[in-house]
Each structure stands twice: as C-alpha cells, then as structure tokens.
Design a binder for this molecule. Structure first.
Ligand SMILES: *Cc1c(COP(=O)(O)O)cnc(C)c1O
Length: 369
C-alpha cells in the first residue's frame, strides 16, 4: 500500500520551467529576478507592500525580534500551542519567552489570557516587548481583540502565518494584521520552495533592515565593512523560482485542502473539527479535530499507521516542552486538552479518490458507523 502523507509537496506546471530559466541565465545566487518576482507575488497575495524572502519562517521571526531590538531581560509573549519555530528565535535573542494558552473557538491565543499576562508582567515591572501569535493549521486567530490589546498596551505583534498563507478574516489576509507577518515555504506547508520563508511589514524601514541583516549586515562600502553582525538568511533565486510557480497554484491548493476538510467533516460526526468562525476563512492546511479522549486518539493514530497512513497529535504546547520547563505560562488547560485529544488527519492534496476511500473505510470501521 502506498504511503498517505499529512501534507506533501505538490508542484504545478511551471516550477520546473522557471528553475530551468534560472540555470540558463546563471542566477544561481541569493539574488536575482525570481527573488524579486516571488516577493512581488507574496506582496500581491497578502496585501502588504514590503516583503523579504528568506531561508525559513524561523529566520523571519528571528529577524523580526532583532529589528524590535529584543534581547536579554526582555519578555516576549508567545502562543503556547504551536510549532517550536515560533518560539526558538526568542531563545536565539537571549530573551525570556512567556507562554499563553489558547481559546476553544479557533485553538489560537486566548485574548483574555493574553491581556491578563500583559497586566501581570507590567505590574511586576517588565512590560513584554512583543507578542507572537499563530494562525494554527490555517485558522486565523481572534485578531480584532488581539489588535485592540496590542494598541492598548503598545506592544507590537509578530504574526506567525507560517501555516496560513491565503487565510483571511473578512478578506484581510493573515500576515497583514501585525507589525510583522511571517510565512514558511517548508516542504510540508500549503505551498513550498523545499525550504523558505518570508517576512512582511507595512513599514519599508523594517524590510530594509531585514534585508541588511539577512545578508551579513554589510555596509555600502566596496570592501566589507561591519558595524553590527547579521545572518546568512536570504532565499536563493533558484528556490524563489519554485516559489513563483507555486504561487500560481495557491488558490487551487486552498480549494483542494478545503474540499478534503469538507469531506471529513460531512462524513465523521465523531470528530469535533476545528471551528471556522463567521467571516473567517481558513486555508485548511491540515484538517484537525478532537476525539473523545487521549486513548481514542492514540488508537486512531496507531490504526492509521498500520495501513501506512500518516497522522499526528496536535502541536505539543511549548509550556509542556522539557526545553521550556522553567518558563512562565498563563492559562488553564485548553492547549493541553487540544494536545491530548487532537489529531491531524491526512490532508495531502496528492491523495487520490482511492486513497480517500482507504482512509474512509478505516475511519468508518474505527467509529463503528
Ligand atoms: C513551519 C512553521 C514555522 C517555521 O517555519 P520554517 O520555515 O520551518 O522555519 C513556524 N511556525 C509555525 C506555526 C510553523 O508551522
């Protein structure tokens, strides 16, 4: 039996052609026309003027923190329920992460707990310097409330939209709400450049700084002059060529992902699927849901893997990670409950009708429908 994946790369018809063109023109470098074109494509999609294409989503978050001048003794609030890439840049900067619980509706950061955390930090004399929020599995977070809090306390938002390219709230795209938005084009994401990322900002100064820091912080002199240190974070023009092809199929991929979600949702009422509030639009990168309890969830993962079908628990919250065992956490047990009972189902756009039938049969038997 062929393996069925959670989410594997899916090339359109032009990626190969664009990469060949890169070879023909010898722009095999972290600079070139496809890099500029890819940035323009992202800008058009997200509705933010300034875009820097980078080697990963993690490096994009790192640059955002560096540009905000976040360092030792600074607090960064971060959604606990997420992938490590959201949080590890806080450690790169020697800052202190404090984690915040999710809310039941979207599974993303709870605005009430976020405000409680901010007030408590301020009372203790150390106002947080940034808030990292995530749109998990493509579902937009409660941005109205979050933006209000950000404005009220004057704390900038870094919007981790790694999983949510093309998702929106009332047609305002994820990644366009905060001071910074970040995207990932890793191999498992809705579109991919094998590895890649982007930082977007409404402020051109921010992206100019990001470009400078992403290319080793070289000053303008002909010799290499350095007043500060940077990173080698710029995306290759070769990979940007893949990205240009992938942007052409983004809307098609979203349609396919949403069809996969609709299929599961209409077939399996035993699973409590991630909600899409009114006015919200998720790209449904992964179809995720909650089962009765941990035992049932673990059984389902084991059963699917017996048939060579990949599935996984939801992200293990950062405050439960051994790495962050001494980090502070605000909230109750919502992100823990999501982790204990939640499952990511195969959401691969490369699945055939036959593959979906194979999954259906197993699920029908599992739930004894
Ligand atoms: C994938 C991902 C990242 C990191 O992106 P990379 O390109 O793999 O560095 C960050 N946050 C979330 C929520 C992700 O899913």
């Amino acid at each position: 039996m062929n393996k069925i994946y959670l989410s594997s790369p899916s090339m359109g018809k032009n990626e190969h052609k664009y990469v060949s063109d890169v070879f023909k023109t010898n722009w095999i470098a972290p600079v070139g026309p496809y890099l500029e074109k890819f940035e323009q494509n992202i800008s058009n999609q997200v509705g933010v003027n300034n875009v820097v294409a980078l080697q990963s989503g993690t490096s994009a978050i790192h640059l955002a923190l560096r540009i905000l001048d976040i360092g030792k003794d600074d607090i960064v609030l971060c959604q606990s329920s997420t992938f490590i890439g959201s949080a590890s840049p806080i450690i790169y900067q020697n800052a202190t992460p404090i984690f915040v619980d999710s809310e039941r509706d979207t599974w993303n950061i709870c605005p009430n707990v976020l405000e409680e955390a901010i007030i408590d930090c301020i009372n203790k004399g150390n106002k947080p310097k940034a808030i990292i929020i995530v749109h998990l599995y493509g579902m937009p977070a409660k941005m109205d409330e979050i933006i209000n809090i950000s404005k009220k306390y004057e704390i900038p938002i870094i919007e981790d939209a790694a999983e949510s390219l093309g998702s929106h709230i009332d047609n305002k795209q994820c990644g366009s709400f905060g001071r910074f938005g970040i995207f990932s084009f890793n191999g498992n994401k809705i579109i991919t450049t094998s590895g890649g990322g982007a930082l977007v900002s409404h402020n051109k100064n921010d992206t100019n700084k990001a470009k400078f820091l992403a290319t080793q912080a070289k000053e303008k002199d002909l010799h290499y002059e350095h007043n500060t240190y940077g990173y080698n974070y710029r995306l290759s023009n070769v990979l940007a060529a893949i990205g240009c092809g992938q942007m052409e199929v983004l809307n098609q991929r979203i349609k396919q992902k949403r069809n996969i979600f609709d299929h599961y949702k209409s077939s399996f009422s035993s699973i409590k699927f991630q909600n899409e509030p009114n006015g919200y639009f998720s790209n449904r990168w992964l179809t995720c849901g909650l089962l009765k309890n941990k035992k049932q969830r673990d059984n389902l993962i084991t059963t699917l893997s017996k048939y060579n079908i990949e599935s996984r628990p939801l992200w293990k919250p950062m405050h439960m990670q051994p790495l962050f065992k001494t980090s502070k956490y605000y909230g109750s047990n919502i992100s823990e409950d999501l982790f204990n009972r939640g499952i990511c189902l195969p959401s691969d756009v490369n699945m055939t009708e036959k593959d979906l039938n194979r999954i259906d049969k197993i699920l029908i038997n599992f739930f004894k429908i």
